[in-house]
Design a binder for this molecule. Structure first.
Ligand code: ATP
Length: 514
């Protein structure tokens, strides 16, 4: 493998690591250069015995060098080790440091007595395998080379100090908080079934950390828990607070990665710097020891700083079996509010709002008809409306009660046996786009495969109760955040792209006929 391939493979593996986006961009622009055997021997005389491979990583600017060296070097060496199958030593080299000139220098062990230049502030010398202290002094003596074009373009867009970078991380967290723009308080219909949960969420959004902490919301599938969580988040963002929305699956993955790549410091720093932490589906952390442990400490730190924590679950804390007692009792410290299935009136109000948002005129009697057929799950209620719209548009008929009846009865309702499964949907999408199911569920990243794959994920999410994790598994072991991203992307795109909307309607229609 040449160094370009090694680096490309390494970058591909970084997708699942906790490295922040800006650093990833720097790494995309970095170049890996293998160190000559002589140079390596000078730096680490026993390298050959250890089977150590060594590289310099030329990074685009000094701050990138500082951050990558102090925060991510261990992780990069670990990933390189995975890629190469043998231990790797990485020397991070910003533009102000030049190529190693070991051949012209005395061996390291002879130079150890020489006075070394003081390291730059924040430049902690470290080394899992050898003495990096020496390597820094080593480069600092060498002349600087002029920056390349990409370094020039980077320096204007990049933060200049570590503090700038940390502020940027916080700003990034605000910008990429994954809040669904449709899930606001304004779009949430209040009825008897969710009044307490709504009021508590509003109170928390208006005075985070002050009224109910933690706020624990629970209720059945598709009843609006996530919607309320996001609504709190939106309000926090509007007042300039750092909001982090995370599913417990995502939290678990992050902690697993942090342990694996020895980046628990970064993990903690991230979670402890938020003003509002929103955690969805907490029931999934039960029984996962390290995750529970880390969540316990995160919880305590935020709580002590009076930062707001909001947690959702499909059941109350007491019913989450195998949850550690100390967590359960903490979840009960604040307010626990349940959400019940909506009554007929609320279901009708929800349908009316959703139809208006779609600019779809639905007569009241049809709204009442759908609301009476779908009684528990609001996601299903929305699905029914969407499918009715698809049916009507595809058949090009006027929306009458008879049409609604035949559309809904051909779809079935809450009481039916589930007729569609993930595989059927995936197959229908693959057939529609004339690609193979294997390719769509595989690793290929060509656009003609990626878009159908995202559509399939979106439809499975809409039409079945398959979890993000399960959908990810169906599509080649992708993680839940990739699935979520895909669903959100399609959700956004169909609002602006008529063609895509039509294609999805056609696939739905095909599925209904099956
Ligand atoms: N009261 C409501 N008003 C308007 N829309 C609602 C309401 N409750 C739920 N919805 C809508 O129903 C859909 C499902 O809601 P949401 O995803 O919040 O449910 P959930 O309780 O988190 O479900 P799950 O347990 O499956 O994650 C969303 O599109 C949401 O906007």
């Amino acid at each position: 493998m040449n160094t370009a391939t090694i680096w490309r493979t390494t970058l591909a593996q970084l997708d699942t690591t906790p490295i922040d986006e800006l650093t990833k961009t720097w790494l995309q622009d970095a170049h890996l250069v293998e160190l000559s055997a002589e140079t390596l021997h000078d730096i680490a005389p026993d390298a050959a015995e250890q089977g150590l491979l060594a590289f310099t990583l030329q990074v685009p600017n000094d701050l990138a060098g500082e951050i990558i060296e102090t925060r991510w070097q261990n992780l990069l060496e670990d990933v390189l080790k995975d890629v190469l199958g043998q231990p790797a030593l990485l020397i991070v080299r910003p533009p102000t440091q030049a190529e190693p000139v070991a051949e012209t220098m005395p061996p390291m062990h002879e130079r150890e007595q020489e006075p070394q230049q003081a390291p730059r502030p924040g430049h902690q010398a470290r080394s899992p395998h050898t003495n990096h202290n020496t390597s820094n002094a080593y480069y600092d003596t060498a002349p600087a080379r002029p920056p390349t074009q990409s370094e020039f373009s980077y320096s204007s867009a990049s933060p200049e100090t570590l503090e700038d970078w940390e502020n940027e991380q916080r700003a990034n967290m605000l910008a990429h908080n994954r809040l669904n723009p449709r899930y606001t308080f304004d779009a949430f219909i209040v009825g008897n079934s969710n009044r307490l949960a709504h009021a508590a969420s509003l109170a928390v959004a208006e005075a985070p950390g002050e009224s109910y902490n933690p706020l624990f919301l629970y209720g059945g599938v598709g009843l609006g828990k996530t919607h309320l969580l996001h609504a709190i988040g939106h309000q926090g963002v509007q007042t300039g607070l750092a909001v982090l929305y995370v599913s417990s699956e995502q939290f678990t993955n992050e902690i697993v990665n942090a342990i694996r790549y020895r980046t628990t410091e970064e993990f903690r720093a991230k979670y402890r710097s938020v003003d509002i932490l929103l955690v969805d589906d907490i029931q999934f952390i039960a029984g996962k020891e390290s995750t529970e442990e880390e969540f316990f400490h995160t919880f305590n730190s935020l709580y002590e700083m009076s930062k707001q924590i909001v947690i959702c679950s499909d059941r109350p804390p007491k019913a989450i079996l195998s949850l550690e007692e100390r967590l359960r009792s903490r979840f009960e410290w604040g307010l626990i509010a349940d959400i019940q299935p909506p009554d007929l009136e609320t279901r009708m109000a929800i349908l009316r709002v959703k139809a208006d948002l779609l600019h779809y005129h639905v007569p009241d009697e049809i709204i009442a008809y759908i609301a009476s057929r779908v009684q528990t799950n609001i996601r299903e209620l929305e699905g029914c409306l969407n499918r009715l719209m698809a049916y009507q548009q595809l058949h090009r008929v006027e929306l009458t009660m008879d049409v609604a009846r035949s559309a809904i009865s051909s779809l079935g309702t809450d009481n039916r046996e589930p007729t569609l499964n993930s595989r059927q949907i995936a197959q229908a999408v693959a057939d529609y786009y004339h690609i193979s199911l294997e390719a769509m569920c595989g690793k290929q990243r060509d656009k003609y495969i990626v878009t159908p794959r995202q559509i399939a994920m979106y439809l499975i999410r809409q039409e079945t109760s398959t979890s993000l994790l399960e959908i990810g598994q169906l599509f080649g072991g992708r993680d839940h955040s990739t699935v979520l991203h895909s669903c959100e992307k399609i959700d956004r795109t169909i609002n602006v792209n008529q063609n895509l909307r039509r294609e999805i309607l056609a696939i739905r229609d095909q599925l209904m006929r099956e």
